[in-house]
Design a protein. Structure first.
Length: 154
């Protein structure tokens, strides 16, 4: 029996490898986003702690130096929060870009798989046609061999 050989199998293999690489890149981008979000959460918690401490200092005995330090710490945390929010948004953009690249890679792979399936279906049809042709030849050959024998008997 004939063996099916897809002539663009190497391209399909490359597309599968590219898709796997994009899956890895997407996973890394997601991990980076989670890390940046975790950092932002830590900054928000620290800021809330400084704000609570500031309220406590203002309501109790006034210690001007500590209040100023606490206000500076809050300002620093606000600045870090803005910076970290920009980092989170950048990581979100990277995740979205990685997701789009992964989708494109998956579409390309699926396209080549469909082409391979179509080529295989054509191969099967061709094989069926060849088998049908061989059967017709055998039937025709055996019919012609039987025919003279029948005529000789009459």
């Amino acid at each position: 029996m004939a063996k099916f050989v897809y002539r663009m199998q190497n391209i399909l293999n490359i597309k599968e490898k590219i898709e796997n690489q994009e899956k890895i890149a997407y996973g890394m981008a997601n991990a980076r986003l989670a890390e940046e979000q975790e950092k932002l959460q830590g900054i928000l918690i620290r800021r809330a702690g400084y704000e609570a401490k500031s309220r406590e200092l203002v309501s109790g005995n006034l210690q001007i130096q500590e209040i100023k330090e606490c206000k500076r710490a809050i300002d620093v945390m606000k600045s870090r929060q803005r910076t970290q929010m920009m980092n989170v948004h950048g990581a979100e953009r990277n995740v979205e870009q990685a997701r789009q690249r992964l989708n494109e890679a998956m579409i390309e792979r699926k396209t080549h798989e469909k082409l391979r399936e179509k080529a295989f279906d054509e191969f099967l049809e061709e094989l069926k046609h060849e088998e049908s042709k061989e059967i017709d030849e055998l039937v025709s050959y055996s019919y012609h061999e039987d025919e003279p024998a029948d005529k000789q008997q009459s």
